[in-house]
Ligand binder design. Structure first.
Ligand SMILES: Nc1ncnc2c1ncn2[C@@H]1O[C@H](COP(=O)(O)OP(=O)(O)OP(=O)(O)O)[C@@H](O)[C@H]1O
Ligand SMILES: [Mg+2]
Length: 176
């Protein structure tokens, strides 16, 4: 099954988006590693999807790809975890907004400081809770539970930086 209604293998939907299946947690982590290897300080990656869709699994791959040596764990009870990327001393923020009721509560915890930190990469689970606070330019990844171990990942780039990032990722992960 495919979100674009075909079984064609090409992951490309249009110049701003691509869609691909994952058949296992390992495959999702591998996709995350490919993406993580391309990230730079200042990048914002939003991970949308229902409970258990695989957002944290993808985030673990992204963390590994961008040089975090610890394994990312779900930040659900802490909201934000900060990881060091030892090769350059910069940080990765892993944010989980599941327990946040909305924009006011996010502002109350200083959420916007994590978005405006130019030396860090920010990964946000449940970003739709604070959509109004997010910069327009970002990579948005929607994960859909299909069944068992199957998921569909839909990547959408907004802004020039993220269009470039998505093209690089496409080449790296799919060779096209
Ligand atoms: N293809 C797949 N990709 C990702 N995870 C998968 C896949 N198949 C099965 N899983 C399983 O689904 C679960 C995904 O859990 P994960 O914590 O990553 O979800 P989540 O979207 O972060 O959920 P939450 O909203 O609770 O934080 C894991 O138990 C993982 O092993
Ligand atoms: Mg999670």
């Amino acid at each position: 099954m495919s979100l674009n209604g075909s079984d064609v293998m090409s992951p490309i939907l249009d110049e701003h988006s691509l869609e691909c299946p994952s058949h296992s947690p390992e495959q999702t982590r591998r996709l995350g590693v490919r993406l993580g290897e391309l990230l730079r300080a200042g990048d914002l990656i939003c991970l949308e999807g229902t409970l258990g869709a695989g957002k944290t699994c993808l985030a673990q791959g992204i963390g590994r790809g961008c040089g975090v040596t610890e394994t990312l764990v779900s930040p659900t009870f802490t909201l934000i975890r900060e990881y060091e990327r030892p090769q350059n001393g910069l940080a990765l923020y892993h944010v989980d907004l599941y327990r946040i009721a909305g924009v006011q509560e996010a502002l109350g915890m200083g959420f916007e400081d994590y978005l405006s930190e130019p030396t860090a990469i920010a990964l946000i689970e449940w970003p739709e809770r604070v959509k109004a606070l997010l910069p327009q330019e970002r990579l948005w990844i929607q994960m859909r539970y299909i069944d068992g171990n199957k998921r569909i990942l839909l990547f959408s780039a907004q802004g020039a930086r993220y269009e470039t990032l998505l093209r690089e990722f496409r080449k790296r992960a799919f060779g096209v």
